[in-house]
Design a protein around this ligand. Sequence first.
Ligand code: AMP
Length: 284
Amino acid sequence: MEIINRRARMSSLTRKLRRENKTIGFVPTMGALHAGHLSLVEEARQMCDIVIVSIFVNPAQFNEPKDLEKYPRDLTADAALLSEYQIDYIYAPETSEIYGEGFSTYVYVENLTETLEGASRPGHFRGVATVITILFNTMRPDYAFFGQKDAQQVAVIKRLTRDLGFDTEIVVGRTIREESGLAMSSRNTHLSAEERSKASIIYQALRRAKIAAKEGERNAVRLAEIVREKIESESFAQLDYVAVVDGETLEPVEKIGENAVLIAVAVRFGNVRLIDNTILNRQP
Ligand code: AMP
């Protein structure tokens, strides 16, 4: 396993690997690795000849400077974790390596980025789309791995990959959860022990809706209510939104039909904002 800091080196290395007909799998992360990230790494390891994990806390996707400042950074600990997964390269560039002097080109994915997380975090997806475009351009991976936990991000990345003609297949890994059902996230460490145990209400609420849908509930408003009622039963939790939307276009749906439908929530526990989701009619 080698740690690479320079974009030019990452680019020439992946060019060489492509010439050798190696399949390249790429797992983009912001570090502070947990089992959610590592499950993507495992999947990449199984599917690809070469696995590259990037660790880059991307300033362009933070709309709150305080969040950026307090984002956990520990490359040594992350590298130690990754060394157990037989990955080939860690790409850990400095900010100036990604956003050079005079940087002024951003990628904006229309329609998918104004709602849900985009509404609460203006500019977030512009930052995500821009950095992923730069990273894809540098490495030209055959496969790139993203977590279902960030469902809107998945929709945005799939759209941008198609629109910009990247020859990269997007692989989506299931959400990895703590034993309580709480989706793993670097933000969970900011929760108090009590908040952390109560935050499992999010998963319970999503499961209720999923079971109701399985039992025949087709009405999206009713499904949203099921989630809302359960989350609001927990006084520590402050529901930011619950949305029932098409899994690809993220347009609101009224009736659950044949297409994949996403039930997405954002919930605050104190200062910590958590997101989670479940998918109905998951496509194979
Ligand atoms: P981040 O470091 O937060 O940017 O996340 C890097 C990748 O890990 C993204 O594709 C996330 O969707 C994914 N990820 C984060 N948390 C989880 C989780 N609990 N389960 C599966 N994937 C996750």
